[in-house]
Design a protein around this ligand. Structure first.
Ligand code: DQQ
Length: 555
């Protein structure tokens, strides 16, 4: 899917022209010395807790990202909408918080939600307020001053709350409104995540004016095999084009994606949506044994949200990447949480690159990829399988890829595989995070398994070192197996088979940090494979600054 790919680039200090000036420039190199796990090119606030991305949007030349944030500490609490802006989705300016708890409909927290750009280029936010008695309700906020390009101040609607948990809705399970879309009848629709009779549900609301919302008799969709759906997302994708499409578009050239967050993962299903009846006919349902278990990412990735970038005609996906260390580690670090932003094309390349072509990766070999900063890199590799007929037989009971990867970790020798990359590795491989493939055969079909093994990622104890796995929907007879890994100090995001399967892992090496981090390609199978090409780049540090409002000097 178009949304399952990569990172972007750019430069941005033009924000100064819009009346913002940096009050505190976070020196990322200095930070990296004392804080080896802070990232260089992933989005992070300077300190404290961050979780879900909220209301990302493109508006009049600027990208906006809001996110769930605790202004007072590195653990979840006091949830506020923090706000950052960018010209390029890489370099960011943190500006004043957009929405903070202040009124009866959100006094206990401003939880997740989305933006919708109304006619006349008017952005609006729909968000979940945790009201008095901790009831979940949906609220509206609008920019105070539309002529401020940064949209620094947001005012809450006097009509809040606009949607309340009545008619059988449990006030604990009613949250995270999506970006609204408009049908051909000009009526706005929005869905809100819920659980009704124990089943995950997308409650549908309609409105003519964005203020008065009526609940539809039928939900847009619900699914008996799931519980509460957090952060639903509903949007069209083109069938025959890789361009993204506006959330309100719908025709015979589009399908719709419904994403829901549950069981610690972001699952999606595809279907066709008919706005006349607000009917969503799904191809396969969530957790349906006849369908594939479709996830945006098979590692750590949650509460994601997409938006349509009208400037570049693409749909961009943001997702929250949680930590894998303990809460007390986060308190010591002073921060918790990263954002992953995925889109196609462009990279924030540094000066150092390396490439090889047509290199044999013999059985049992490990070769270093030299000449780059291995703790902050982008690597693309393509493997050619020389002896496919040597693939091991697949046992029909091996249906769970994560279980299979945890039983067949990188150290377990196979025939065609494990082969792949060792990232965040020490020279002697004491520490290593292995991202690798194994090829199996069942009758005349080949099965490609992708794994991310964190079991040797750090000599530190007390970390979550779960091994992750995914099957890749591809036929290795007809194409080479590609892997792209984005490595950034404590995160590695890996895209297998041209992004058909993604696995994100958080790792905290103790030894393989800074210049002691190395990158290797390896083949621990009995069969040789060939690296048909490998390109690796050092990634630049993103420029991230914080600002305060420019105040009138005292006279
Ligand atoms: N996080 C928010 C909720 C949402 C959850 C609270 C998902 O609105 O359901 O911070 O991570």
């Amino acid at each position: 899917m178009e949304i399952s790919a990569f990172w972007v680039v750019g430069i941005c200090f033009l924000l100064v022209d819009h009346g913002v000036h940096a009050s505190h420039n976070t020196n990322r190199n200095l930070q990296a010395t004392y804080q080896p796990y802070r990232t260089a090119y992933h989005f992070q606030p300077p300190k404290n807790w961050m979780n879900d991305p909220n209301g990302p949007m493109y508006h009049k030349g600027l990208y906006h990202l809001f996110y769930q944030y605790n202004p007072y500490g590195a653990v979840w609490g006091n949830i506020t909408w923090a706000h950052s802006v960018s010209y390029d989705l890489v370099n960011w300016v943190h500006i004043d918080h957009a929405i903070s708890p202040s009124q009866p409909s959100d006094i206990n927290g401003c939880w997740s939600g989305s933006t919708t750009i109304l006619p006349g280029e008017k952005p609006t936010i729909l968000y979940t307020g945790i009201g008095t008695k901790n009831r979940q309700v949906q609220n509206l906020a609008m920019p105070k001053n539309l002529s401020d390009p940064l949209l620094r101040e947001w005012i809450k609607s006097p009509y809040n709350p606009l949607m309340t948990p009545i008619d059988g809705i449990d006030p604990d399970f009613f949250r995270d409104p999506t970006t609204a879309w408009q049908g051909p009848d000009k009526i706005w629709r929005v869905i809100v995540g819920s659980q009704i009779n124990g089943h995950g549900t997308a409650i549908l609301y309609r409105s003519k004016d964005f203020v008065n919302w009526t609940r539809s008799d039928n939900p847009l969709h619900s699914s008996v095999k799931t519980e509460m759906w957090e952060c639903p997302d509903f949007f069209p994708v083109g069938i025959s084009s890789t361009n993204g499409v506006d959330t309100s578009s719908q025709d015979k050239y589009t399908k719709h994606v419904l994403k829901a967050s549950f069981n610690h993962h972001d699952y999606y299903i595809l279907g066709s949506y008919m706005p006349e009846k607000d009917k969503f006919s799904v191809e396969t349902d969530f957790m349906d044994s006849t369908g594939m278990d479709l996830r945006y990412d098979y590692g750590k990735f949650y509460a994601s949200k997409t938006f349509f970038d009208s400037a570049m005609k693409r749909r961009i996906l943001w997702g929250w990447i949680n930590e894998s260390d303990s809460e007390s580690d986060d308190i010591k670090k002073g921060w918790s949480g990263l954002q992953s932003g995925r889109l196609k094309k462009s990279r924030n390349y540094g000066p150092r690159t390396v490439s090889f072509h047509a290199k044999k990766l013999k059985s049992g070999s490990t070769i270093e990829v030299p000449g780059i900063t291995a703790s902050q890199a982008d690597v693309e590799v393509s493997f050619e399988l020389l002896n496919l007929e040597e693939a091991e037989l697949m046992d029909p009971s091996w249906t769970d890829p994560q279980l299979l990867c945890s039983q067949k970790k990188a150290s377990v020798r196979g025939k065609l595989g494990p082969f792949g990359l060792l990232v965040f590795a020490t020279k002697d491989l004491t520490e290593q995070t292995a991202i690798y493939f194994r090829i199996f055969r069942r009758k005349d079909k080949y099965i490609v398994l992708m794994c991310s093994d964190q079991s040797r990622s750090s000599v530190r104890e007390g970390l979550d070192k779960t091994t992750y796995g995914a099957f890749i929907d591809m036929d290795p007879r007809h194409e080479n197996i590609t892997l792209r890994s984005l490595i950034d100090h404590s995160i590695v995001e890996s895209f297998g088979g041209e992004g058909r399967a993604c696995i994100t892992a958080r790792v905290y090496p103790k030894l393989a940090i800074h210049k002691q981090a190395y990158l290797f390609a390896f083949n621990h199978g009995t069969s040789h494979v060939k690296i048909s090409r490998l390109n690796a780049w050092t990634m630049e540090n993103a420029q991230i600054v914080s600002t305060k409002k420019r105040r009138k000097p005292h006279v």
